[in-house]
Design a protein around this ligand. Structure first.
Ligand SMILES: Cc1cc2nc3c(=O)[nH]c(=O)nc-3n(C[C@H](O)[C@H](O)[C@H](O)COP(=O)(O)OP(=O)(O)OC[C@H]3O[C@@H](n4cnc5c(N)ncnc54)[C@H](O)[C@@H]3O)c2cc1C
Length: 379
C-alpha cells in the first residue's frame, strides 16, 4: 500500500478537477507544483485589490450545462461578457467583426451594404489561397484584413502573413448584427473573487507541495503514489528523447497606474504591426472593479525557448508527428495518466479541460486498466 492513491503533477484545472473528484471518492492525493502557487494558468495575483490574471486573460465560457453547473457550484459567476476592442493606430473598432465594426470602417448602416463591400473585396482572390494573406482576404476582404488581421497575426507568429500557411486561419467569424459579444457560447462570466476561489475548492483536502519539480525528484514521488497523474509537458517527461515539441510563448509586462480607468474595457487588441504588443488587459474590468488604481498588462508574443512558459502548442504536421511518438510511449505506461494542455500537446479552453479530466476519471480504474494491458501483452 502506498501513501497516496494519486500523485498529481501540476496544479492547473486538469489536476484540480481530477483531485476534486478523487477526493470525493475518498482517494488520497498529493499535488506537486513547480511554481510557488497552485492553479496553473488560471491563477490570479492580488494587486491593489484587483485580481490580476497573471498568465493571460481568462474568460470562462461554455455551452455545456453540466460544466457550467459544476463551476457555479465552486464559485458564483458575474455577468462579464467579453467584448474586446481593436485599436488600429488610434482608430477603435468593435470585435468580433460585426455591424459596429463595419459601420465604423465604411460609414454604412445595413447588413446588405456590409455584405456587398466584403463580397467585392473578396473577389480579388481567385483560386485556392496560397498563403495566410490570401486566405484572410478571401474570408473578410481587404480593409478588415489590412487594419484588423494583418499586423496582429504577424506579431503573433513573428512572420509576414505572406509567409504563413493559409491553414492557420480556417475561418474569421463575421457577424451581420450589432452584437459585440465575442463568444457564441450559452454561458460566460468570471468567478466573483477571481479564479483562486475555484482553485482553493478544487484542491481542498489534498496534500500539496509547491516549488517542486517532479522531474527532478521523480523516484521519490513515484514511490509515494499508486498512480501518477502527469500534467506537465510530455516531451520533458520522456527526457526529450525524440526531440523538443515547439510552442509559442508570451511575455507579460504589468503596471499599476494611479488612475481609476485606463482603457474603459478589459481587453484592447493592438492590430497595427508597429506597436510591439498584441493586447493590453485592464484586469479590474473583468469584475467591474471600482478601486482607485488600476493594473494593466501588455502582452508580447514571443518565440518559446527552454525556461520560458510554453503557452500555445504549434500543432503543425512536424510537431504533431513528434507528439504522436511520445503519445505511443504514454499509451504503454501502466500507472501514469497524462492529461491537460501540456501532456496532450493540445490547446484546451477551460471548459474542455474540465470535461477531459471528468472523462479521464470516468475511465475504468487505472489498476483495472493496468491489469487488462498486462493480459493483452501476454496474448
Ligand atoms: C494566454 C492564455 C489565455 C487563455 N485564455 C483562456 C480563456 O479566456 N478562456 C478559456 O476557456 N481558456 C483560456 N486559456 C486556456 C486555459 O489556460 C487552459 O484551458 C487551462 O489552463 C489548462 O489547464 P491545465 O491543467 O491543462 O494546464 P496548466 O494550467 O498549464 O497547468 C499545468 C501545471 O503543471 C505545472 N507543471 C508542469 N510541469 C511540472 C513539473 N515537472 N513538476 C511540477 N509541476 C509542473 C505547471 O507549472 C502548471 O502549473 C488560455 C490559455 C492561455 C495560454
Amino acid at each position: 500500500m502506498k501513501q497516496y492513491d494519486y500523485v498529481i503533477v501540476g496544479s492547473g484545472l486538469f489536476a484540480g478537477v481530477w483531485a476534486y473528484l478523487a477526493n470525493k471518492q475518498g482517494k488520497k492525493c498529493l499535488v506537486i507544483e513547480k511554481r510557488d502557487h497552485l492553479g496553473g494558468n488560471i491563477y490570479c495575483e492580488d494587486v491593489e485589490g484587483i485580481h490580476v490574471h497573471k498568465y493571460g486573460a481568462h474568460i470562462f465560457h461554455t455551452s455545456n450545462r453540466e460544466v457550467w453547473d459544476f463551476v457555479n457550484s465552486l464559485a458564483e459567476f458575474n455577468r462579464y461578457t467579453n467584448s474586446p476592442v481593436a485599436n488600429y493606430k488610434g482608430e477603435m473598432y468593435n470585435m468580433p467583426f460585426n455591424m459596429n465594426t463595419f459601420s465604423k470602417m465604411w460609414g454604412i448602416s445595413t447588413p446588405q451594404e456590409a455584405k456587398d463591400i466584403i463580397a467585392s473585396q473578396r473577389s480579388s482572390i481567385t483560386g485556392e489561397p496560397k498563403n495566410l494573406e490570401e486566405q484572410a482576404i478571401s474570408l473578410v476582404g481587404v480593409d478588415i484584413y489590412q487594419k484588423l488581421v494583418k499586423g496582429y497575426t504577424e506579431k503573433q507568429w513573428g512572420r509576414d502573413c505572406k509567409e504563413l500557411p493559409a491553414f492557420i486561419i480556417k475561418r474569421l467569424p463575421v457577424r451581420y448584427t450589432y452584437d459585440n459579444n465575442y463568444f457564441n457560447d450559452l454561458y460566460q462570466g468570471i468567478p466573483i473573487g477571481g479564479y483562486n476561489v475555484i482553485i482553493d475548492k478544487l484542491f481542498e483536502g489534498c496534500d500539496v507541495e509547491t516549488g517542486v519539480d517532479y522531474l527532478e525528484n521523480r523516484e521519490k514521488y513515484d514511490a509515494l503514489g499508486d498512480c501518477i497523474v502527469y500534467t506537465g509537458t510530455i516531451d520533458s517527461y520522456y527526457g526529450y528523447q525524440y526531440g523538443k515539441l515547439e510552442y509559442r510563448s508570451l511575455r507579460f509586462e504589468s503596471q499599476v497606474l494611479d488612475i481609476d480607468n485606463y482603457q474603459g474595457v478589459a481587453v484592447v487588441n493592438y492590430t497595427d504591426r508597429e506597436t510591439p504588443y498584441t493586447r493590453v488587459i485592464e484586469h479590474k474590468h473583468f469584475e467591474f472593479g471600482t478601486q482607485p488604481k488600476t493594473v494593466i498588462t501588455r502582452e508580447y508574443p514571443a518565440d518559446w525557448e527552454e525556461g520560458m512558459e510554453p503557452y500555445y502548442p504549434v500543432n503543425d504536421e512536424k510537431n504533431q508527428d513528434l507528439y504522436s511518438q511520445y503519445a505511443k510511449l504514454a499509451e504503454k505506461e501502466e500507472r501514469v495518466i497524462f492529461g491537460g494542455r501540456l501532456a496532450e500537446y493540445k490547446y484546451y479552453d477551460m471548459d474542455k479541460v474540465i470535461l477531459s479530466a471528468w472523462n479521464g476519471r470516468k475511465r475504468p480504474d487505472y489498476k483495472e486498466r493496468s491489469r487488462k494491458k498486462r493480459i493483452n501483452k501476454k496474448k
